[in-house]
Design a protein around this ligand. Sequence first.
Ligand code: SF4
Length: 347
Amino acid sequence: MSADLSPGGPLVDVRDVNVVFRKKAMFKKTRTVEAVKNVSFGIAAGETLGLVGESGSGKSTTGRAVLRLVPVASGAISVAGHDLLRLEGRALRKARRRMQMVFQDPYSSLDPSATVAASVSEPLLVHDRLSAREARARALDLIELVGLRASYADRYPYEFSGGQRQRIAIARAIALNPDFIVCDEAVSALDVSTQNQVINLLERLREEFDLAYLFIAHDLAIVRHISHRVAVMYLGGIVESGPAERVYNHPAHPYTQALLSAIPDPSPHRRRGERIVLEGEVPDPARPPSGCPFRTRCRFAMDVCAERMPERTAVEGGGEVACHLQTSGPLLAGAPLGDLTAAATRR
Ligand code: SF4
């Protein structure tokens, strides 16, 4: 399913991407896991696409696939005009300069034995071949750009708070002037006030440098204020996508409704205090349910949901949803989805 393309034309263009892993099973057998299924989206320069879903939904694998950090089984990925799946060796390394990733744990991108200045200047020394003096001067500028003091440059990562470490990781990520950054749960481990500060920093950098972000998070509340558009993933596929305003105020997919209902600040679409509890776990991706992947946890599941995968359908207000309720369910009888939600909650 696609997260509808932005009107400005995509800087990042992802089409029908599939990622398949083979895992070892008992008795020397291997199991095939379709971690990402037919995922498509576009992100324009200066735009943020929020990608949300529970653990195991395939969102982080999608982010890694877009940067070609995991093997892509099929599909097409273009970033700033580079056909990434056709590039190899030096050409791929050159294209990758324009794409960076910020992880949940800054330690995964920061060497704990290197000073802040050394970490931030390393990509400049390797890729831009600056002299040590030039790279350090640029690193000090970057450290200040992300809101830290240049006098911190010779300290080590352990001397900083989680939020400060994430600022250092962001300084390193923007060192090579990328066009596109994948933020993979980049603020999820921080407290709410630090989350807001880091999100404000990312927003400022996006505006200043016309950056495009794929902002991955398990929590819809986190992506709410940073995303222009949102895509919701479940079991490897996008089940709903659209402009953030529409998805938050009028979610069309039962899974999106359940995720939104867990946010303490109630959305206008549901009654105060209503909480949709998602029963059970995300199914084993190696043994997905027949038909709709969400049917084993969906309160509206019908016979057709086990028989056929729902096709994606345009939603009023923008975007798409993959749910039989939109095409063959009680909606056709005139029951708005909000009423169905309330009825199911009272069951
Ligand atoms: Fe629920 Fe059926 Fe819609 Fe899937 S297709 S979300 S099971 S109603």
